[in-house]
Design a protein around this ligand. Sequence first.
Ligand code: SF4
Ligand code: ZN
Ligand code: ZN
Length: 313
Amino acid sequence: MRCKKCGATAAIHMRQHKLALCEMHYVDWFQAQTERFIGKYRMFAREERVLIAVSGGKDSLALWDVLLALGYEADGLYIDLGINGGLDYSKQSLARIEGFLAGREGGSLHVVDIAGVYGATVPEAARLTRRGRAKPCAVCGLVKRHVMNRVARDGGYDVLATGHNLDDEAAVLFGNTLNWQLGYLARQAPVLPASADGLARKVKPFFRFYERETAAYALVRGIDYLYEECPFSVGATSIRHKMTLNLMETDSPGLKLQFYLGFLRAKEAGALAGMAEARPVMEPCERCGQPTTAGVVCAFCRLWEARRSGDER
Ligand code: SF4
Ligand code: ZN
Ligand code: ZN
């Protein structure tokens, strides 16, 4: 395979785009595509400040790399969940992020150590809840959403960006469709506008890139990321959905992209009109001030109160 731009040996062949590129032209293409998606989907403007949720994995570090290369003002947020899983997962993740930043111009890092701030790691806090006893993922999601929104708001950021790629988004869409979760379908989008009740705008600039494309970018750019997934992700339904979609993609290159873009088009045409109203009215939590549907005290604050009182919920 030859690079379509210069004829040199291709480093990557993307069947779904019928495009092969050498390393140098792949980096150019990938960055230009990211810029195009940011503009096309009106994610953020040049002068806006971006906070990227970084995990130490390939997607979020690649996103940070691209945004800095494109000249955006982009800082990182690392939430130390205190996950060990036999491999010091959280410590290893932070080490990769610090390695990424060393010797790089621009971009500062916020670190929120959950155990340090709230008195327990996420797995410890999860053990106190009924939902979190087997797996801490539901509690983890709650903690991450709360902390991301708080840091974005307190730091005066215009937008919160995550490194979700097409494989992630297509797997979520697949799950939501299998279960006909209309409320979730109505809210699944590459851009979620800020809400009047205090939720930051959320964007996913990589949502049109296949996972192998973000991995190839990280590799070509020499980004030393953490290969291991969180130990609690083993057996997750989303991983099974990804495998199913990959099987179909092998037979029909481009299927995942068509599936997701077709969904966005159907939504734009009004297929889910009215369903977005399924989102209940939010009120500020009386402890932390973040919007909540859960009554006077939000689920995040109740989690830590339950921990302090030793009261099992
Ligand atoms: Fe949190 Fe790990 Fe579960 Fe992801 S897999 S939600 S990081 S505990
Ligand atoms: Zn080339
Ligand atoms: Zn609260």
